[in-house]
Write a protein that binds this ligand. Structure first.
Ligand SMILES: Nc1ncnc2c1ncn2[C@@H]1O[C@H](COP(=O)(O)OP(=O)(O)OP(=O)(O)O)[C@@H](O)[C@H]1O
Ligand SMILES: [Mg+2]
Length: 360
């Protein structure tokens, strides 16, 4: 289980430089609008992944007047204690792990796995198949070491085949890409199908705990071609003329989807926004559990503004579920109502105009 025991930051958004020690599993961060709550979670996300979850331009995260942005954390995980450093100075980012300079952000991500849930996170379900595939692939990547190489091979072969289609190359030249494409497609298909089954198995009891209306959700993986009617190879041959007209390959795992149904109806069109959000959150929690099984490490949860769309009852159901997940959780709120619902291993940080103090 990964756990932050010390966090220090300087030059981040509106936050005053600070160093915070914690031995708690649940940290509630309160403050009024604009106090800097999301910025604090953003800092953890930057340190872990090199990216903000709400902003694509790093420059915007750095405090306007500051010359540098510095983040540091001490993290306990199953491999011991690690010191992680991240600094941005004049457009350059420097990373440190246990006092040594490193070049790969992935090394920090490995020591500090995180999962972020923000008011925008339900986009992962509602913003179309691309986002849902990305969600699945993130889990599949940790589940099976061969997934990423297969995914890369597939992307490469697909790009080449599409290029050949656009260039109106002869049939035999286009068909040359079918074999490598098929080989990678099978692996992707198998891993994603297996992962979806695991996800469904893990999510079902969690869904029943968080909401009565979500307990009948069924998850299934849709391959990206009618897999029960034909093989992908046959389809690529059959659709060649049409692929040529379009200039791209129509069928394959790049068109796959994670389907969510309630009694044979599309769940996403039936559910309210709040229910969609709860569903997305629960699937993320299920993913966190699977990650623990896959890499023996539980990610830290960053839950930004849980109250944004969840009513008090559903928030309570989510919060009371947290101890069973055994993850360190940082959550933000504009008030401290949720404090009483957190397990005794909790801490309360309060922010006022960028100044943070530990209340208890
Ligand atoms: N680069 C920057 N330098 C200085 N201040 C910034 C910078 N970017 C944003 N800010 C300010 O920092 C604050 C950070 O807001 P943040 O989104 O973290 O607030 P919040 O506590 O999450 O509020 P809410 O409850 O509305 O979500 C805002 O007041 C914003 O104006
Ligand atoms: Mg916020």
């Amino acid at each position: 289980m990964a756990k932050i025991s010390r966090l220090s930051l300087a030059g981040l958004r509106n936050l005053a430089p600070v160093a915070l020690d914690t031995d708690s599993m649940n940290i509630l961060i309160t403050g009024s609008n604009g106090a800097g709550k999301t910025a604090l979670l953003e800092g953890i996300s930057l340190l872990a992944t090199g990216r903000s979850f709400r902003e694509s331009r790093l420059q915007r995260c750095q405090q306007w007047q500051a010359t540098q942005l510095t983040l540091y954390a001490e993290v306990d995980n199953c491999q011991g204690q690690h010191k992680l450093g991240w600094q941005r100075y004049k457009q350059n980012t420097q990373l440190r792990l246990n006092g040594e300079q490193i070049t790969s952000q992935a090394q920090l991500a490995r020591q500090l796995p995180i999962q972020v849930f923000s008011p925008e996170s339900h986009d992962l379900l509602t913003h179309g198949p691309n986002e849902r595939r990305r969600f699945l692939d993130w889990g599949a990547f940790y589940q099976e070491a061969s997934f990423l190489p297969a995914w890369r091979r597939y992307q490469h072969a697909l790009k080449q085949r599409n290029h050949a289609l656009k260039q109106q190359r002869p049939d035999n030249e286009i068909a040359l890409w079918n074999a490598p494409l098929w080989d990678a497609a099978q692996q992707i298909h198998q891993t994603r199908s297996k992962y979806t089954a695991l996800l469904a198995e893990t999510a079902t009891p969690l869904l029943a705990q968080v909401s009565d209306s979500l307990q009948n959700i069924q998850l299934s993986y849709q391959a990206g071609w009618p897999e029960h009617e034909t093989t992908l190879m046959t389809l690529w041959h059959q659709q060649l003329a049409h692929d040529r007209q379009l200039g791209y390959t129509q069928a394959g795992p790049h068109r796959a989807d994670l389907k969510l149904r309630i009694e044979d109806r599309d769940a996403l069109s039936l559910l309210s926004r709040g229910q969609q959000k709860l569903l997305a959150l629960t699937l993320m929690l299920a993913q966190a559990q699977l990650l623990r099984n896959a890499i023996q490490e539980t990610p830290i949860l960053l839950l930004d503004d849980l109250a944004a769309e969840l009513d008090a009852q559903h928030q309570a159901r989510v919060l009371t579920l947290l101890p069973s997940l055994n993850t360190q959780t940082f959550l933000t709120a504009t008030n401290e109502d949720s404090l009483k619902l957190l397990s005794t291993q909790r801490q309360h940080w309060h922010l006022e105009q960028g100044n943070i103090r530990i209340i208890q």
